[in-house]
Write a protein that binds this ligand. Structure first.
Ligand SMILES: Cc1ncc(COP(=O)(O)O)c(C=O)c1O
Ligand SMILES: N[C@@H](CCOP(=O)(O)O)C(=O)O
Length: 513
């Protein structure tokens, strides 16, 4: 029997139906449009945390955490360990996600959690290297011994504002029985991000440049999941953080960095997370609810601030227009994963612990969001959210000023260069440090991408320094060569689900996998 934290239900379901981990991962999005969650979050004792887990390597810790959410009958210990080890063998740092310190001069207690040492230089690699291997593992098992024409094939369809796309492509390129289609908003991702996605020659990969916004792409992906005929014909799979495995794999670095920052001891820690789709910080919520003694999870947003507005007002309201900012991967109007947090809040503060009633509440809220563009929660729910979360909104000017300031004052290493998303996090952290005025608190700011991916913002902030050179100080050789490679992409001239489905079917026929 799986333990209660090894089964999954939909955030919008008012039935008792549950899914296994494999079903939740392969299906991606529930048929009712909800997201899969483990209704029970496993608890880890302080004794285990500080006498055992604090001494583990990243990979060992990932195993302990994932084991709690995946029934060993679905993935035996040895296989799970192999999946984890293979996934992190592609990282450039032995620590996988190392901490940098002293990057703000004298602020000893501000740590930068560098999440960009994977193949595509973004935090998404931590989860998507694992998700790619997981898809392969499940498919190989399902297809073992079957004749070629009866083998199950998965058609992955994902939306990206720049980083998920390339990380998903690098996680799935060349994998057997999987094709990958990535939708991105034309002209709204950086040139290097576009090159990373469009220069991959593997025949199971196709990028679709869609005239529209990231939210249009995300809506199209969700509509495709909801299209029963298309889905049953093509077995659509998810690589966006709607897929539970994405969140699961990201939980590890909250534990790992906590132990690194505190020397393995229980201490005061706040995490600051540059946020858009709310997937990254949601992993921190799971870590906190599992027992990691985190004081606060701080949402740092750019001008696209639906999350900041919610925490201040209790109204979840879609703005009319997305603002184009210096942190484009966070230019998102609707934060997909917020629905998962709302489910736990609804269950605790509205539904008296009843899973079914929590599903009904979420369904009502999200129907309202669809018809009226917003919904309002009561003060008890807001207060519940504020027990775990705080939020800060950072402007474009503040983003550039922060990149510049960190470059000027960093001590170890000197002239540390951060990307604009990380700058949103660092700016928010500096505000907290002033407001808290408590030097015993450790602040861990998540650095979500390598600065090379965002030349515009970084050059804008730093080009006035005579010694600074983007090519010399920022751009890794691996990314430099991308501009010389042939690009492959297909334009979709409006954000229309029928056009996208037609493009996918046309390309699938050519792939002939
Ligand atoms: C560089 C970068 N920073 C931050 C974020 C926001 O993360 P999340 O969408 O999980 O909130 C993203 C996109 O997801 C990103 O690509
Ligand atoms: N910022 C993301 C947007 C997609 O978010 P996801 O985490 O749900 O995949 C990106 O860079 O693509």
């Amino acid at each position: 029997m799986p333990s209660p934290s090894q089964v999954y239900r939909s955030t919008r379901s008012s039935s008792n139906e549950t899914k296994s981990f494999e079903e939740a991962v392969i299906q991606g999005l529930a048929t009712d449009g909800g997201l899969f969650i483990p209704p029970t979050i496993p608890q880890v004792s302080e004794e285990t945390l500080f006498n055992k887990w604090s001494k583990l390597s990243f990979q060992e810790l990932a195993f302990e955490i994932m084991r709690l959410y995946v029934d060993p009958k679905e993935i035996p210990d040895a296989d799970l360990k192999t999946l984890i080890n293979n996934s992190y063998s592609t990282f450039r740092s032995n620590d996988v996600t190392p901490l940098a310190k002293n990057v703000t001069g004298d602020k000893e207690n501000l740590h930068i959690l560098e999440l960009f040492h994977g193949p595509t230089y973004a935090f998404k690699d931590v989860a998507l290297q694992f998700v790619g291997n997981l898809f392969e593992y499940f498919l190989q098992r399902t297809n073992k011994g079957l004749p070629e024409d009866q083998k199950k094939k998965i058609t992955v369809v994902g939306a990206t504002s720049g980083d998920t796309g390339s990380a998903a492509i690098y996680g799935l390129r060349g994998k057997k029985d999987v094709s990958v289609f990535i939708l991105y908003p034309t002209g709204r991702i950086s040139p290097i991000q576009e090159e990373q996605m469009t220069t991959v020659p593997d025949k199971n990969v196709q990028t679709l440049s869609v005239k529209g916004t990231f939210d249009n792409c995300q809506d199209i992906v969700k509509a495709i999941f909801g299209d029963k005929d298309f889905n049953s014909k093509h077995n659509v799979g998810a690589v966006n953080s709607i897929n539970w495995a994405r969140i699961l794999a990201q939980i590890t670095y909250y534990f790992y960095s906590y132990f690194k920052a505190t020397g393995g001891k229980k201490d005061k820690v706040k995490f600051v997370v540059p946020s858009g789709n709310f997937g990254d910080i949601l992993a921190g919520y799971f870590a906190k609810k599992m027992g990691l003694p985190v004081k606060k999870l701080v949402i740092a947003t750019n001008a696209n601030d639906i999350l900041d507005r919610f925490l201040k007002s209790g109204t979840y309201e879609r703005s009319d227009e997305v603002a184009a900012t210096y942190s484009p991967a966070m230019d998102i109007l609707i934060s997909s994963n917020f629905e998962r947090l709302l489910w736990y809040l609804a269950r605790e503060y509205i539904a008296n612990g009843d899973d079914l009633k929590a599903g009904e509440t979420i369904n009502n809220w999200f129907n309202q969001l669809k018809t009226e563009g917003k919904f309002q929660v009561n003060q008890t729910v807001i207060n519940g959210a504020l027990n775990d979360f705080a939020s800060e909104r950072v402007s474009n000017e503040q983003t550039l000023e922060t990149i510049k300031k960190v470059y000027e004052i960093s001590e170890n290493p000197k002239h540390y260069i951060i990307d604009p998303h990380t700058a949103v996090g660092v700016c928010a952290t500096e505000r907290l440090i002033s407001a808290d005025n408590d030097s015993s608190i450790n602040y861990i700011t998540l650095s979500t991408a390598h600065p090379a991916k965002f030349a515009d913002a970084v050059n804008n902030a730093l080009s006035s320094f005579p010694d600074y050179s983007f090519d010399k100080d920022v751009l890794p050789a691996e990314l430099k060569k991308l501009s010389t490679l042939e690009k492959r992409l297909k334009f979709v001239e409006k954000p229309d689900v029928t056009l996208v489905k037609a493009a996918i079917e046309e390309e699938l026929a050519k792939m002939d996998l």
